[in-house]
Design a protein around this ligand. Structure first.
Ligand SMILES: Cc1cc2nc3c(=O)[nH]c(=O)nc-3n(C[C@H](O)[C@H](O)[C@H](O)COP(=O)(O)OP(=O)(O)OC[C@H]3O[C@@H](n4cnc5c(N)ncnc54)[C@H](O)[C@@H]3O)c2cc1C
Ligand code: SF4
Length: 330
């Protein structure tokens, strides 16, 4: 039996101060990741700091983009008419994650900080550098079908499991955080880390930092965006590969294109090489294919997940085809 303290806070300053006072404590939002991991013995916080009473649950229209509070629930954000109309990829990604019951509990801030679904991380017995730095990586010689193909290291080949974060990465969101050193803004592409030799460090957050909101900027292409998730069954499963993309076209040329991949790396993978090739290019299958191949050229599959390379290529091409057809029909 391990004692676990519970503290309820009502303002951001109190939340930050409570966690800063005890480095072994953790924030508690919907609890759909944190409580799971405590039950499995993988997370062992001394205190759970319940942040649900903080005034961070609104979605605010800033004119220039939307600010989504860290405690807004996945189901509410997915159905917010402003998100649906202006950022469809975000709404679609949210609705393709977890189940309706979980989405009603789960918060946006917690979604960003959810942990990998690598089974060796969650079993609490296998060697795992993420759970226990220096212990090894059971996935390297184990079952690696769901693991990463891009940005891996010899220390960890886990993927980031979030769907919503893939859409936010494609749309250049920013993450607003507050901590004892003050408030700051983190570009989405810098929020999640690659494993390198410190796979236990997953985000740019300092231990005492609280996510207060996520901001999506005003992008013309965002209204013509989508999220496609490929998985083993059609609901209640994590992505093998997913693609979020946003495209603006003019006279048959792609004037703006943003692409991010899920299920393939330790963080949502922004497909910068594919974007570079496609910006200004004609909107046709050969351009899409060339860009997808260039992006996946750096892929280094493990024993069981080589199929993800072709799956990612095909998904990128089909998403771009659909978005450009839609864009030219408008
Ligand atoms: C069975 C199951 C299936 C799922 N399927 C999917 C799926 O298909 N796609 C998908 O994307 N997700 C899926 N999820 C994950 C789910 O989306 C996350 O568990 C959820 O978003 C976490 O939010 P929460 O509010 O419950 O976070 P919590 O569990 O409360 O917190 C998670 C982590 O974030 C930290 N945290 C929470 N809020 C903040 C904050 N504001 N600032 C700093 N740190 C914070 C906590 O300390 C904790 O470490 C699934 C989960 C389950 C249990
Ligand atoms: S892939 Fe990462 S999370 Fe999975 S066992 Fe290896 S070190 Fe742990």
């Amino acid at each position: 039996m391990r004692p676990l303290r519970y503290a309820r806070v009502t303002d951001v300053e109190g939340a930050v101060a409570t966690v800063a006072a005890d480095p072994d404590s953790a924030f508690l939002a919907g609890g759909t990741t944190e409580v799971d991991l405590i039950r499995l013995g993988v997370a062992r916080p001394s205190t759970l700091v319940d942040i649900n009473a903080l005034p961070l649950a609104d979605v605010d229209d800033l004119g220039a983009g939307l600010r989504i509070g860290a405690l807004a629930r996945m189901s509410d954000v997915a159905r917010d008419p402003r998100v649906v109309a202006r950022y469809p990829a975000v709404a679609e990604a949210l609705l393709l994650g977890a189940s309706e019951q979980l989405r009603t509990m789960a918060s946006i801030g917690g979604n960003l900080c959810q942990r990998t679904r690598c089974p060796y991380f969650r079993d609490d017995v296998s060697p795992c550098n993420k759970r226990e730095p220096g212990s090894g990586c059971a996935a390297l010689d184990g079952i690696s079908r769901g693991h990463a193909i891009l940005g891996t290291s010899e220390h960890c080949i886990a993927t980031h499991p979030s769907d919503m974060c893939v859409a936010l990465a494609a749309l250049d969101a920013t993450v607003h955080v507050d901590g004892t050193a003050g408030a700051r803004t983190i570009p989405f592409g810098l929020f999640h880390r690659l494993p390198g030799d410190t796979p236990h460090l997953e985000t740019a957050l300092q231990p005492d930092e609280l996510i207060t909101s996520v901001q999506v900027p005003p992008l013309t292409a965002a209204a013509n965006s989508m999220y496609r998730k490929i998985r083993d069954r059609s609901s209640y499963a994590f992505a093998l590969v997913s693609v979020a993309a946003a495209v603006a076209t003019s006279d048959g040329l792609m004037t703006d294109v943003r692409i991010a991949l899920g299920g393939v790396a330790h963080r949502p993978w922004r497909a910068l090489e594919a974007e570079r090739i496609l910006r200004g290019a004609p909107a046709n299958d050969s351009a899409f294919q060339h860009a997808a191949e260039a992006e996946l050229a750096a892929a280094r599959p493990a024993k069981d997940n080589g199929f993800k390379i072709e799956l990612a290529r095909r998904t990128i091409v089909s998403v771009l085809r659909e978005l450009t057809e839609r864009g030219s029909a408008q």
